[in-house]
Design a protein around this ligand. Structure first.
Ligand code: AMP
Length: 417
């Protein structure tokens, strides 16, 4: 016997009822985005590697060790998309979207690839939805994006949401802070991990992003970036908080929240759920006012967030039966002659009423076909046997009440309208 080929570690198959749950979430995302006036953007699954090398940052985990990159037969360096913002910005610049619209409000649902250590809530291929608002530098844009994320989770029924927010300032504010952070960390350098020691020189802010407990203890006494913000940055942050207050969105200022990607500036935020355990972040985002210019476009302010769908599912409390496979009508055919009539009636109902119809394909006994109709929660079954064929009629059974009715072939669609 030949060996069975299995899926790759960190990937998964979505089967049966679970795919109904995914469809539900995706349709909720699409309709929610419409409420906020965001348009969908779809970008390719792979891009030139340089796009991610230039945007995400060389010392981030993603670029330094997690990207799936390869050289194709034509010698091009390619990468499976590890995040979406860089691709959206590439498309924004390439298609000159800024010229078409002063403000581009975009959203996506996409598959991402990162070679991380797989665990609950962390995969090597995972799905994200997210939004990017490109064109406004105003704090109301930050507040709208944050409220969109927060309200989406509330609407889909996630309780115990925790919104953490911080400002990491614009470039100038950050330079001052970096100096002060480095002088604070210097005496502790030998107690930091080798990764953080490397970051100490290249990107000390990223040390704040540590998940190592001993480092977290040290950082608790580190200077706070908020004390180093310029007046303009401070005013921006205050306004964002003011708008959140006025929308009655609760937040917690986390002075050490910096996020894992290098391109962020000013407002950064994360929404967590207590139900998630160690991988508690549902979504994260922030401003990236410099990225478009850094990737060769015209200086354009922007803000966005990305949200993991697997994490959302882990945090969702839903009735297991809610996403069961179902149908409106089950067609029971008895005997070979009834099959063609069954097929014809099925299509006619589907096309004329939009009701979902399932027709037996296994030539089962009457009893097991009725059992299947029950399993699929059919509201009605239509029974076609020898006698019915002779009389040009079918039996329509209301599966709830058990009431049966004889209906002429020509009147079936009318019955369901
Ligand atoms: P990031 O793009 O790293 O800012 O992550 C944004 C969100 O995507 C996180 O808050 C998670 O919900 C989700 N996420 C990130 N990495 C993974 C992963 N490896 N597996 C599953 N979800 C992920």
């Amino acid at each position: 016997m030949s060996e069975i080929i299995k899926n790759i570690k960190g990937t998964k198959d979505i089967l049966g009822n679970e795919s109904n749950l995914w469809q539900y979430i995706e349709s909720e995302i699409h309709s929610f985005m419409k409420l906020y006036g965001y348009d969908e953007i779809r970008t390719p699954k792979f891009e030139n590697s340089s796009l991610f090398n230039r945007s995400i940052g060389q010392d981030t985990d993603i670029v330094s060790k997690e990207m799936y990159s390869w050289k194709d037969q034509g010698g091009n360096n390619l990468t499976l998309k590890p995040e979406v913002t860089a691709s959206v910005v590439r498309a924004f610049i390439q298609h000159n979207l800024g010229k078409r619209n002063p403000l581009n409000k975009l959203y996506y649902i996409d598959s991402l690839f990162r070679r991380e250590r797989p665990q609950k809530g962390r995969y090597r291929q995972f799905e994200q939805f997210g939004v990017e608002a490109i064109g406004s530098e105003n704090p109301e844009q930050d507040a709208e994006i944050i409220s969109l994320a927060y309200n989406f989770y509330s609407k889909i029924g996630i309780k115990d949401l925790k919104l953490k927010i911080n400002s990491i300032g614009s470039k100038n504010s950050r330079e001052e802070y970096k100096k002060s952070l480095k002088s604070f960390l210097k005496p502790h350098l030998d107690k930091l991990t080798s990764v953080s020691q490397k970051r100490f020189n290249n990107n000390p802010l990223r040390i704040l992003d540590t998940k190592v407990q001993t480092e977290i203890e040290i950082i608790k006494k580190a200077p706070r970036i908020i004390d180093y913000l310029s007046q303009v940055d401070k005013k921006h942050f205050k306004k964002v908080l003011f708008y959140l207050d006025s929308m009655e969105i609760k937040y917690e200022i986390d002075h050490y929240l910096v996020r894992g990607l290098d391109y962020y500036c000013k407002t950064v935020f994360e929404i967590q759920s207590n139900d998630l355990g160690s991988q508690s972040a549902l979504c994260g985002g922030g401003r990236y006012d410099y990225l478009i210019e850094e990737l060769g476009g015209k200086k354009t302010p922007a803000i966005g967030f990305a949200a993991g769908i697997e994490r959302l599912i882990l945090a969702m409390n839903y009735d297991d039966n809610r996403f069961n496979k179902s149908t409106d009508i089950f067609i029971v055919t008895i005997g070979e002659d009834a099959i063609s009539m069954g097929l014809k009636i099925s299509d006619s109902i589907r096309l004329n009423t939009k009701l979902a119809v399932t027709c037996d394909m296994l030539r089962r006994s009457l009893k097991s076909q009725m059992k299947e109709a029950n399993k699929l929660n059919a509201k009605y079954s239509i029974i076609i046997g020898e006698d019915e064929l002779q009389a040009n009629k079918v039996i329509i059974k209301d599966m709830n009440s058990g009431v049966q009715k004889n209906v002429h072939f020509d009147k079936i669609n009318l019955f369901f309208k």
